[in-house]
Ligand binder design. Structure first.
Ligand code: SAH
Length: 242
């Protein structure tokens, strides 16, 4: 970190995320909504040192502070339209968890699974993440329930976990294909089910009959799906991307 002038500070990333989410589309809106999402943090440069994580495994959950590197270039506006409000009502950016913020900093609580060291490389395994692959990490802190979890806190339009309206089915083709990928990706079926139950479609698509075939990228798979009768998602096929 260095101070450039009175109003500016430059940070070095301390790590990078390895995530099954290879594109923004279909990433859940908050961590914890998709517990089957497993990823890891690779510590880099000076932060890649066993000493930095000594004692960390006594915590079950971590705060990750990160950079919204995938949307950073698009800048920000004072007002945003939260998807939770159907995408047609504007609120101040600081009243939302929008990625388009004055400083593109994100924060997520994730589950700490285990820490591994391969030769000199420290790798922190996590789950329940809502982060794009390769997201730069600027800080990691232990989650401290007595202070970080507040009973009875008010959360306005985001008081409840989003209602999950969709159930998920797999076509015969998808069931055949999934068998060969399951060995490599544990919990693949659960991951797909949890991601799709969130209904990743843009808000306006949910209002009318929607026959579109959507594609989403999880790991190196392109997964095609379609909404049936507005309450079921059918997974059509899974194909390896190049
Ligand atoms: N829990 C975080 C993120 C909330 S927004 C916070 O509250 O700050 C969640 C969305 O961030 C996801 O739906 C995903 O589309 C987006 N996202 C995740 N990682 C990103 C990245 N590196 N760049 C841009 N957008 C990202």
């Amino acid at each position: 970190m260095s101070a450039n002038n009175d109003n500016q500070i430059t940070f070095d990333f301390i790590g990078r995320i390895n995530s099954p989410y290879k594109e923004k589309f279909a990433i859940p809106r908050q961590p914890g909504l998709v517990s089957a999402a497993k990823g890891s943090i690779t510590l880099i440069n000076q932060a890649n040192n066993e000493e930095l994580v000594r004692g960390l495994t006594q915590f079950s959950h971590l705060w990750l502070l990160f950079i919204f590197h995938g949307t950073q270039q698009q800048g920000w506006k004072p007002l945003v339209r939260p998807p939770r409000l159907g995408g047609n009502k504007k609120l101040g950016v600081l009243a939302t968890r929008s990625t388009f913020r004055p400083n593109p900093i994100g924060m997520s609580v994730v589950k700490l699974d285990y820490i591994e060291q391969i030769e000199k490389q420290i790798i922190i395994h996590i789950s329940g993440l809502d982060l794009l692959d390769q997201t730069p990490i600027v800080d990691i802190k232990p989650y401290i329930p007595y202070s970080d979890s507040i009973n009875g806190a008010q959360a306005g339009f985001a008081q409840q976990e989003p209602y999950q309206p969709l159930s998920v089915t797999f076509s015969a083709q998808a069931q055949d294909q999934i068998i060969k990928f399951q060995e490599k990706y544990v919990d693949l079926v659960l991951l797909i089910e949890q991601v799709l139950a969130q209904d990743p479609r843009p808000a306006y698509k949910k209002l009318n009959i929607d026959e579109k075939v959507y594609g989403m990228a999880l790991y190196d798979l392109n997964i095609l799906w379609q909404v049936q009768d507005n309450n079921t998602v059918d997974v059509l096929s899974l194909n390896k991307m190049n």
